[in-house]
Design a protein around this ligand. Structure first.
Ligand code: SAM
Length: 223
């Protein structure tokens, strides 16, 4: 992790990044403000700090990635978070997306499959002043014990949409989930219109690490 120093240079680079994301089509001002506020370089090892304000995904521990900033912004915008919303994130990873959701005023529950990443996030995020509820385990079937949610965001690529996630949404709630094969996915937005009616939209081409667990991809084989 970086020394926790946020210099003028970092702030300048962050402004550039926000501009780049906005040019790519994310216009939600609260989302852009959150990206502009959170020092993304804090989530990087100091030797890789130069990469923190590139609009790219970057490797973290356990073979996983911190998502591309544009993707974080795009998913956050699709969620339409209102202050006070209860949001479930599946795939804590570095914890960066969870911090964005906290900045948007959400009450955040986040679950991570990899123990090492969970342990890192649970120690690190409070140091930055962020306190999402963090859990370790398989989130591919959601977290029914805290349901229903106003929004669910999945930050790993799923083979199909787990029915359980739709069940755990409030009426009017939104699910944002990348679905596809292991190389490329569509971002699917599900709005739960009533108990048994959903609206679905999809946006092309994203590339996430695979969702694991019961509703995810097996660890070996399928590629
Ligand atoms: N949101 C993260 C961030 O801001 O850094 C990006 C996470 S990375 C693209 C996807 C994460 O999903 C990985 O850390 C991976 O271990 C996790 N993951 C994969 N399958 C999961 C599952 N079934 N339950 C919870 N987390 C899972």
């Amino acid at each position: 992790m970086s020394e926790l120093e946020d210099t003028y240079k970092h702030k300048g680079l962050r402004k550039q990044l926000v501009l780049e994301i906005s040019k790519k089509g994310v216009k939600n001002s609260a989302v852009l403000a959150a990206i502009g506020k959170i020092p993304r370089h804090y989530f990087f090892d100091p030797i890789f700090e130069n990469h923190a304000y590139e609009d790219k995904a970057f490797p973290i521990d356990a073979g996983q990635t911190i998502s591309q900033p544009y993707t974080v912004a795009f998913q956050s915008q699709l969620l339409k978070v209102q202050p006070g919303d209860k949001i479930l994130e599946i795939g804590t990873g570095s914890g960066y997306q969870a911090c964005v959701l906290v900045e948007l005023g959400a009450k955040v529950y986040t679950i991570e499959y990899q123990k090492k990443l969970y342990q890192k996030a649970i120690r690190f995020l409070p140091k930055l002043g962020y306190q999402p509820h963090m859990y370790q385990g398989d989130g591919s079937k959601g977290m029914p014990r805290f349901a229903p949610y106003d929004g669910i965001i999945v930050t790993a690529g799923a083979p199909t949409i787990p029915e359980e996630l739709i069940e755990q949404l409030k009426i009017g709630g939104r699910l944002v989930i990348p679905v596809g094969n292991n190389d490329i996915q569509s971002m699917v937005l599900i709005e739960k219109v009533s108990e048994n009616k959903i609206k679905k939209k999809q946006f092309n081409n994203f590339s996430f690490v695979p969702l694991r667990g019961e509703r995810g991809w097996p660890s070996k084989g399928t590629k």
